[in-house]
Design a protein around this ligand. Structure first.
Ligand code: NAD
Length: 343
């Protein structure tokens, strides 16, 4: 029997859209039917680039009944409007991280998708590295025992041109901040997926190197429910940029991931390092587009299966809201110079 192909459209045809397009086109279970750009000129250019029909009128594209899922690849602070339009049109929604830049806008998206009865998935592709999946399985099987500490280190670097050449990166309206909400959020999402819920956070953010509104350096200390502690150290000012690290310590041992790869696996009674299934993907520590599309492919496959099997995607709106809520609490803590409760 021929494999059912779920029809996709992409809104926003900038940098990350090409990872979506390539993944959708490579998967046997999905097909790219259309893309949407902001102007007729850009749509004509996108039609050539993506090899599918391109629209400059979003509503016209969303009227097509063969489009089942809409991938939102617009700037972070511009996810809301296309997401609402897609949900209104009865399309499932797959949004790039962060889900949006404020909790109010995020909650509007979640509510609109829930009331329209459509799926809402949010891209956090690092959930799919073999190293992370091994760590998650170990925690789920309780191999580390009670968790004691979790650390997310995202010591990255961006050249000044990364910000100066963009209309939205590092701005409050378009990016919601900078280093933590745009870059750090990937590893912060993993930390929150592994550790218990956060009870409170004390953080400080600064802009030390770049000429931007948002932060390029940030530290935070976390208290998790049940007593575990954690830290976040992130930045885009830390030359030359090192692969991000996730460290997890439990009462029976610890695991350290670097760039998605297991660097340390020291669990009492489970000393053998799990077999490496596949080389880890390149980190975006110094170059945002150094990442390959393979992890996007894995997550888009999960979204297609969620639609075809009528289940929740691995990362849904409610899950994606957590990393945003924590980062916004770090910003608030920094502004007020006191801990912020998340309960
Ligand atoms: N998962 C990852 O690793 C990863 C990597 C890079 C970017 N991202 C995320 O992807 C999103 C986009 O980032 P980017 O670097 O591709 O940005 P970009 O600026 O290259 O592209 C965004 C595009 O969206 C277009 N756009 C905005 N509103 C639109 C609308 N209503 N209709 C049609 N087009 C519209 C803009 O004109 C622009 O071309 C951001 O949320 C970012 O955080 C994720």
């Amino acid at each position: 029997m021929e494999q059912k192909k779920t029809g996709f459209a992409i809104i926003g045809t900038g940098a990350i859209a090409r990872h979506h397009a390539r993944s959708i086109q490579e998967l046997e279970s999905s097909e790219l039917l259309a893309v949407c750009s902001r102007s007729p000129e850009r749509a004509a250019e996108a039609e050539d680039r993506f090899g599918v029909k391109a629209y400059s009128d979003m509503e016209e594209m969303l009227n097509r009944p063969d489009i089942e899922v809409v991938a939102i690849c617009t700037e972070s602070g511009y996810h809301l409007e296309p997401a609402l339009a897609a949900a209104r049109a009865g399309k499932h929604v797959l949004i790039e991280k962060p889900i949006e830049v404020t909790l109010e806008r995020t909650d509007e998206i979640i509510a609109a998708c829930r009331s329209a009865g459509v799926k809402l998935g949010v891209i956090f592709q690092n959930r799919f590295t073999p190293g992370y999946l091994r760590l998650r399985e170990a925690v789920q099987k309780d191999l580390l025992g009670r968790l004691i500490m979790g650390n997310a280190y995202i010591k990255w670097f961006r050249h000044p041109e990364y910000y100066s050449s963009s209309q939205w990166k590092g701005t409050i309206k378009g990016d919601g901040g900078a280093a933590l909400i745009n870059q750090g959020i990937h590893t912060i999402d993993l930390l929150l997926d592994i550790m218990p819920e956060v009870e409170s956070v004390y953080g400080q953010v600064k802009t030390v190197l770049h000429d931007i509104e948002g932060e390029d350096l940030g530290l935070a200390m976390l208290n998790f429910i049940g007593g575990a502690m954690g830290t976040i150290e992130g930045g885009t000012s830390l030359y030359p940029g090192y692969p991000e690290r996730l460290e997890v310590y439990g009462e029976k041992g610890s695991v350290i991931l670097e760039g998605g790869e297991i660097k340390q696996w020291n669990i009492q009674g489970e000393e053998e390092l799990p077999k490496k299934e596949k080389a880890a993907e390149k980190s975006g520590s110094a170059d945002p587009m150094a990442i390959s599309h393979q992890l996007h492919l894995a997550q888009i496959k999960d979204m297609v299966e969620a639609v075809q099997e009528n289940r929740e995607p691995l990362v849904n709106g409610e899950t994606a809201r957590k990393s945003l809520a924590l980062i916004l609490a770090v910003y608030q803590s920094s502004k007020e110079n006191k801990p912020v409760s998340l309960r």
